[in-house]
Design a protein. Structure first.
Lengths: 112, 112
């Protein structure tokens, strides 16, 4: 990730479509022991994310959780599974935490 | 904000330096009744944000809260106060919620 040498413009930020999503299904990635394959709902859309949070979150803990995703990221094949976006998580190198909405809000809500 | 017509690349995402910040001070904006001026700490750095969350969050509720900020956004004057970044919040048009780390983590931690 970027280490903050450059500044970003508001236009740079607006390129990203950041939204609230709800995790509906959680499956261990078949080819990678640190990855999950997550089925998420973003408003009317259902999609798949590959996320490297398996060492930090259990499956049951993730189901039904509201998270924050980059919804318009170009799809990428990750160890043979297509990821159609990316979730936001914070890490200090040792600990990892998901980034979540503090209050109840519908999936599909815009983050800005 | 963007309505998701275009896709974003991983490079687009990496332009943004997204971090955990802690709110240290909360002051009503002198010239706008929907805005706060927030003093935040991002690791070793202290800076000022102007945020339009005054109708949704009380001052006491915000003090000490960990939030998520775009740390390298170009500074902008907002009603006469310089904002040195932007916080992330989700809105469905009626409700607004801050986006926060779900588990304890130090301010300054990278979000990716």
């Amino acid at each position: 990730m970027k280490e903050g040498n450059g500044m970003a413009s508001l236009e740079d930020f607006k390129k990203l479509d950041i939204k609230i999503a709800e995790i509906e299904t959680v499956t261990p990635h078949p080819n990678a022991d640190k990855l999950y394959v997550l089925g998420i709902r973003v408003g009317q859309i259902r999609k798949t994310l590959v996320a490297g949070i398996r060492l930090h979150y259990g499956e049951a803990e993730l189901k039904g959780k509201k998270i924050v995703v980059i919804d318009n990221l170009e799809p990428a094949m990750i160890r043979g599974v297509e990821s159609q976006g990316m979730l936001l998580a914070a890490s200090d190198g040792e600990h990892l935490t998901l980034v979540v909405p503090e209050r109840p809000i519908a999936d599909g809500a815009k983050v800005k």
